[in-house]
Design a protein around this ligand. Sequence first.
Ligand code: GLN
Length: 553
Amino acid sequence: MSNKKYIFVVGGVMSGVGKGVAASSIAKILQFHNLKVTAVKIDPYVNVDAGTMNPTEHGEVFVLNDGYECDQDMGNYERFLGKSLTKDSYMTTGSTYLKVINKERALGYKGKCVDVVPHVPLSIIEQIQNAGKKEKADVTIIEIGGTLGEYQNILFLEAARIMKNKYPKDVMTILVSFLPVPKKVGEMKTKPTQYAVKTMGQTGLSPDILIGRAEIPMDEKRKEKIAFSCSMKKEEIISAPDIDSIYDVPNNFLNEKLDKIILKKLNIKKTRKNTKKIKEWANFIKSSKTTKQKVKIAVVGKYFDTGDFVLSDAYISIIEALKFSAYKNHVGIELDWINSKKFEYTKTTKQKVKKELNKLKNYDGVLIPGGFGKTGIEGKINAIEVVRKNKIPYFGICYGMQLASIEYARNVCKIKDATTYEIHPKAKNKIVTLLPEQEKLMKEGNFGGSMRLGVYKAKVKKNTLAYSLYKKENISERHRHRYELNMEYVPTLEQHGLHISATSPDGKLPEIVELSKKDHPFFIGVQFHPEMQARPLSPHPIFTGFIKAAKNK
Ligand code: GLN
């Protein structure tokens, strides 16, 4: 394809209606046409990246291969597209301004007065085009965060307007809107959407296609009404009702012929549907629906403060990774979220806590995800002790691996005061420690983007549980942590039966710990974040092993 194409996806009426899923599903249906597609996500906040935010603010912090810390939506794009994205695919108001300011400081504007307009939108456009170029993408999908009518995303919409004006045949805009069905009225209302289109007009843009999110499908009459009042054609209005699985949205879009209308509007000719790709995806959806047996998994964590919504957002990649591996094992999963504070003893609650801990025995598997700081860590350590002693399959991720090592050091190696530098920097027995280069960064107060971040290679030892899962020696996994298992304690841990089954290629940093089969059916802790590379069609082997062990319990 000669000309590169761009699709801007913007949201109207309200946030949280699934603009990200709609955008990634658009990407997916274009992949079904054998097009090379990439995505750019724009978040209008001022943070330069998502790394310094608490997960209760904006959900999980997702890490790319190149170590960039970004919004959880990037995980969504990687899972739908089945490929890894780079730093170019993510921008915020903060990162954009920082780029412009750094360029100005480096005399990059050659003495010109640097203005908000056009220089900021032009910088945004430059990054969008770079993202597409680097991936050699035929089509780049750009999701502009926020909702039409806000102040925050106005410069990004201006970038879309400039691009559309310059390349009218190669750029299009899709509005993802919401259509309420008020209970008392009992009818789907289009007015908020009409207003959203009007608001879009104020930015100099109008929708080429409108995706109508709603609880129920949109009928023909509603489509006609929107088309009539918004100067659109009926076939440009797409119905997108709630459905059980987000991965089924591309299929719904195909049924609505969204692919055809996009190709027509962008003048993309001579593509052929890849039936093999469509079938693979359909089979994955089918396997997610046909499972009867369920495994019961407990996730013991701490970012549960603000109710169910945040809870699933803070651990979204873990939930998805568990699902993919469950389908591969032909089972479903029942997830329970347990706040680890429940497992912490106080003088008055001893019996109650014991009872809570005992309940863990009812689970087929227990997972402790990543985390930071001291809240709830003693509870997590208590949980690990129960799970280890009762041979319940255990999967510890990052902090979950570090705490498993501390539990082992305390209760098996009898190092009673074993701890981590993160909580007790002056303690004697720091099983988890801070390397000198990290210590220096901390002293300088250099917290943003300074952890061990992104993809690193590791070597898996043969004849281990880890090797039986990966079936290979050389692996590469994404990291996001500051502390490391302390090498000085490795011989003691090994002697007592907690084995290091993978290290960094130079052997200096432990990457996986595990118990041998004779001691426990499945007990593994990984320093990295395998959930970030789990994809629908290629589930992660450790998650798959964990679910298999849970199924066998
Ligand atoms: N807090 C730990 C560290 O920084 C673990 C981080 C994590 O679980 N992602 O090393």
